[in-house]
Ligand binder design. Structure first.
Ligand code: KIV
Ligand code: NA
Length: 275
């Protein structure tokens, strides 16, 4: 049986840190699950990492459902959370419920949406129909058009107070966990001490109750943006390019394929064919 929302909530009480990985495809999600990662997040960052968009704005529900289905076929152990993409929940509560339902039918155990107190009503409506919600405050990539862009959040007293208030209000609305993206580590610590549900940080310091990284960042496969918080455990893109160069040169020289890579006819049949 895979992890439940309650298992993740309990981890905070048991003082166990929650490991979360953003992943979008069957192959990598299988490996994340095998490694025992607690939560697999099908993030709308898929738009950038998998589809090459500049930001997450163009991502559609159909795309999110496809990625969610792929990851759901891969997971045995982790909790599966899927992002509601831009404009799938903002226009109305009806949209939010219908689209959350689509992600659940695609295999998600819970959905995630961006926004603080302004999303409280939407969050409680989704929770009321039986779908767990993860909150997401701090840097909110879906609304960076309104702000100064990809910047650290909560560096001043007023923005700190607003973030803490947002965290409290979405907890009240029923989220089971809160992603904190690029929040100053001091504010992330205060929020983590204030709410009773786990906070999951990305670029928000060591005092969050869990951490999240995009698997392609962790493996060093996505080189377009290299944020300071994205610790690289490997430099896979170099190895991949090197392997592809080796393949190309093997093809050109005729070294590949070799006998172990091809198939033969039945020898008797070959004799008959040659007669
Ligand atoms: O889309 C995503 O990957 C996310 C995480 C970074 C929290 O929302
Ligand atoms: Na996201």
């Amino acid at each position: 049986m895979h992890k439940s929302v309650q298992d993740i909530i309990n981890m905070k009480k048991e003082k166990k840190k929650v490991s979360v990985i953003t992943g979008y495809d069957y192959t990598l999600a299988s490996l994340c699950d095998k490694a025992g990662i607690d939560v697999l997040l099908v993030g709308d960052s898929a738009g950038m990492v998998m589809l090459g968009y500049e930001n997450t704005i163009p991502v559609t529900m159909d795309q999110m459902c496809m990625f969610t289905e792929a990851v759901s076929r891969a997971r045995n152990n982790a909790l599966l959370v899927a992002d509601l993409p831009f404009m799938s929940y903002q226009a109305s509560i009806e949209d939010a419920i219908n689209n959350s339902g689509k992600l659940v039918k695609a295999g998600a155990d819970a959905v995630k949406l961006e926004g603080g107190s302004i999303m409280a009503e939407t969050i409680s409506a989704i929770v009321d129909v039986g779908i767990p919600v993860m909150g997401h405050i701090g840097l909110q990539p879906q609304t960076t058009m309104l702000s100064e862009g990809y910047k650290v959040q909560g560096r001043t007293k007023d923005t700190a107070i607003k973030l803490i208030q947002d965290a409290k209000e979405i907890e009240e609305a029923g989220v089971f966990s809160i992603a904190l993206e690029m929040v100053s580590h001091e504010v992330a610590q205060i929020i983590s001490e204030t709410v009773s549900i786990p906070t999951i940080g990305i670029g928000s310091g060591a005092n969050c109750d869990g951490q999240v990284l995009v698997v392609q960042d962790l493996l060093g496969m996505y080189d377009k943006i290299k944020p300071k918080f994205a610790k690289r455990y490997m430099n896979l893109s170099e190895d991949i390019v090197k392997s592809l160069e080796d393949y190309k040169s093997d093809v050109e020289s005729g070294t590949f394929p070799a006998e172990e890579n091809w198939f033969s006819m039945n020898p008797d049949e070959l004799k008959k064919l040659r007669e």
